[in-house]
Design a protein around this ligand. Sequence first.
Ligand SMILES: Cc1cc2nc3c(=O)[nH]c(=O)nc-3n(C[C@H](O)[C@H](O)[C@H](O)COP(=O)(O)O)c2cc1C
Length: 395
Amino acid sequence: MVQFLLGNERILDDYPRSPETPMPTLATIVDGLRLPNPFIIGSGPPGTNLSVINRAFREGWGAVIAKTISLDSSKVVNVTPRYAKLHSRDGSEVLGWENIELISDRPFNIWLDEFKRCKDTNPNGVLIASVMEEYRKDAWVEIIERCQGVGVDAFELNFSCPHGLPERKMGAAMGQDPEILGEVCGWVMGAAKLPVWAKMTPNVTHIEDPSRAALRAGCNGLSAINTIRSVMGVNLDTLRPEPTVEGWTTPGGYSSKAVKPIALRMVMEIATMIRKEFPGRTLSGLGGIETGGDAAQFILLGADTVQVCTGVMKFGYECVKPMCDELLAFMEKHKFETLSDFKGKSLEYFTTHADLVRRQADRKAAQKAASKVVKSDGEWSGDEFVKQSDALSKQ
Ligand SMILES: Cc1cc2nc3c(=O)[nH]c(=O)nc-3n(C[C@H](O)[C@H](O)[C@H](O)COP(=O)(O)O)c2cc1C
């Protein structure tokens, strides 16, 4: 049974560590979930069935969020092609990735069976069900209760897919309306006995507004971000936008390395809000994470855990090992023993532009004053000879 605790700072000391456990450690407890490391498979193709979820646990991922599921998969019909990639100029690297993929088109009963078998095989593996439903209380309560019944460890509520599902008033359509989102989170919290994270869409002006609504409704934590609504490009021979399906397209969701700066900004904004208004609630950051250094940046801006989706599609499940090594090396370099030692540490360096101008002007004035300390004897006045003689003795 998962213990309900908000935030990880207060309880990190309780994490069972053998005396031989080398420091630093990536192990963490978030909302009562015990993770060997903060790297979580983000909802999407890398968690699309039992076989690949088992593979993720075998490779050492800290937790797995399965592909988003709904009660009636017959309404979910995918198309091909559904991906389009932005490559670097020399073509060697994928920088951006658009998808028009929907949530899982696999039947709910099959998922329930796979969740149960997954927990039987990986009793200590943290398995998080990602769920999405229509705007009906009975549907949300049913999906939560039935997933809970087969032993998943936590929920992520998908209020954030930017394509396809919003046509049915689901996904980002809910995430963009704080009132509806708050109401749905309230339904879920009434039924859930496990930790619940609400996954935010970046396709809003102020991400704090839906985030606040989810936390007010009692969600334990948030995940940010889902994909950014996008059009990958237009084929200059056919004049058709891409990805082209039967000659047509629809705007999709953008992910991978190119979105990291936007994700970091949103994580920073949410973390700042959590600090002020909801201390102890948690945040799972994602968007373009591919290295341990990327993860460190998300944690420095307030994330408790980090998720990787497209990175796994680019580099395979094994990428978790170099990511863990790099994050540990970062911690060793700075003498951080636990993730809590540096969570949110860089938040204090954000300020307004006006303040940047003031700080720069102050620094320039101080430099100018210092360079002017040595004046000609005729310019000395009052007690200034104290400063002047000091300055002169240093030269
Ligand atoms: C092909 C693909 C399918 C996705 N499917 C889902 C999904 O079913 N549910 C969900 O919450 N997010 C889904 N996402 C979004 C990712 O979980 C993640 O929020 C986003 O891609 C940004 O992170 P990344 O750059 O690490 O991929 C999908 C992303 C991709 C690329």
